[in-house]
Design a protein around this ligand. Structure first.
Ligand SMILES: NC(=O)C1=CN([C@@H]2O[C@H](COP(=O)(O)OP(=O)(O)OC[C@H]3O[C@@H](n4cnc5c(N)ncnc54)[C@H](O)[C@@H]3O)[C@@H](O)[C@H]2O)C=CC1
Ligand SMILES: CC(=O)C(=O)O
Length: 377
């Protein structure tokens, strides 16, 4: 199979869907890899390194997109939709629940759209989301700490405090991968950390992991309102896989925060979990102020630490990608149930329930689609 890797064109997206090590893995399995020239430059990989690993360098995005399987990092932006073709396999982050136009373009063009973020193991973990959530969770605290500084519009709170002055309050809503990594960093800085989740088992694990260095709270409107009003830094880290993020922090709650407090809504890629986070921001213009509070809502946070992120991402995406290339997506998905859960759109049908519900499309079970497809073959 020919695998194409276009250069990412989203604002400050420096990651790339394939490393030279990934090229070696595909080549070893008898596939061809076409990399758009300079696709790896933001992550420190040169065309020459890809060529040495056996890739062909192509001069344009169109050539990379003409491959049977296209491997990317971010959900395509509008100017990339023209590259969609019937039967093309698109393997990337998609976050379709808050993206009606992208969903429609994939349906209309009968693209086979496999979303990294919904590939799910039997234990319900999301192996292709985890590394980027680790990155974004860790970044959320260093970014929040930066925007708490006065020159950046913040209220001038040093998260760790100093002897004689209390540390800052960090409130994290969602105690999964992002939340846990945010907590690790915030505790490392010496902040007061509170974490809220609806999953009591998760809160038990966090309590065991961090002991007395972390306060855990059941996530409900009362506890959220109480915690948010004292937060110097509020991190949105909830997820219901594949679905639009639940909006848990209301505008009225944000109004109770101190002027210059900071919100980092990591869950923005699934539509955001805070009512006043009403648009996606970019690395080049990352914040806006609402009700005196600094809001940060960048949907591709790991793109700013691209060398680390590209390697962490491709460590987990390439093995599934090789399965798809070796067997075709149908057989690969029949053999690997985790991979089957990644298929969001195929043959013009929506095969991920939360995405179908978000946009009012009929939901077709992927198992049905795959078994029918195999019966026809
Ligand atoms: N902005 C960015 O650049 C990035 C965004 N993300 C996003 O961050 C979000 C979180 O991802 P992960 O931590 O990997 O997910 P996860 O599945 O590991 O954790 C989500 C947590 O939210 C909890 N939760 C669900 N409903 C809740 C509620 N009502 N109140 C409190 N907690 C609730 C779940 O119980 C779970 O513990 C996702 O939307 C993910 O796509 C991840 C990486 C980069
Ligand atoms: C998870 C995601 O969308 C990202 O890493 O950009």
């Amino acid at each position: 199979m020919i695998i194409g890797v276009p250069k990412e064109i989203k604002n400050n997206e420096n990651r790339v869907g394939m490393t030279p090590a990934g090229v070696t893995a595909f080549k070893k399995n008898g596939h061809e890899v076409w990399i758009e020239t300079n696709a790896g430059s933001g992550s420190g990989f040169t065309d020459e390194e890809y060529q040495n690993a056996g890739a062909k360098i192509v001069g344009t995005a169109e050539e990379a997109w003409s491959a049977k399987m296209v491997i990317k990092v971010k959900e395509p932006v509008a100017e990339e939709y023209q590259n969609f073709r019937e039967g093309q396999i698109l393997y990337t982050y998609l976050h379709l629940a808050p993206e009606p136009e992208l969903t429609k373009a994939l349906i209309d063009n009968k693209v086979t759209a496999i979303a990294y973020e919904t590939i799910q193991l039997e234990n319900r973990t999301l192996p292709l989301l985890t590394p980027m959530s680790e990155v974004a969770g860790r970044m959320s605290i260093q970014i929040g700490a930066q925007f708490l500084e006065n020159p950046k519009g913040g209220r001038g709170v040093l998260l760790g405090g100093v002897p004689g002055v209390a540390p800052g309050n960090v409130v994290i809503i969602g105690g999964g991968i992002v939340g846990t990594n945010a907590a690790k960093m915030a505790i490392g800085l010496g902040a007061n950390v509170t974490i809220l989740d609806v999953n009591m088992e998760r809160l038990r694990q966090l309590d065991d992991q961090f002991g007395g260095r972390l306060k855990t709270l059941a996530s409900n409107p009362f506890n959220i309102a109480d915690a948010v009003k004292d937060a110097d830094l509020l991190v949105g880290a909830v997820l219901i896989p594949g679905a639009r993020a639940p909006q848990l922090v209301t505008e009225a709650m944000v109004k109770t925060m101190q002027p210059g407090a900071v919100i980092v809504d990591v869950a923005i890629d699934q539509g955001g979990s805070i009512e006043t986070v009403d648009h996606i921001t970019t690395h080049s213009d990352p914040t806006y102020i609402k009700h005196g509070v600094v809001h940060y809502s960048v949907a591709n946070m790991p793109g700013a630490v691209a060398r680390t992120s590209t390697m962490a991402l491709t460590n987990v995406t390439i093995p599934y990608g090789v399965q798809i290339a070796n067997k075709g997506y149908k057989q690969a998905a029949l053999d690997n149930k985790a991979l089957a859960k990644g298929i969001n759109v195929v043959d013009g049908q929506v095969t991920y329930q939360a995405v179908a519900e978000a946009h009012g499309y009929e939901y077709v079970e992927i198992e049905k689609n795959l078994t029918e497809a195999v019966a026809v073959l």
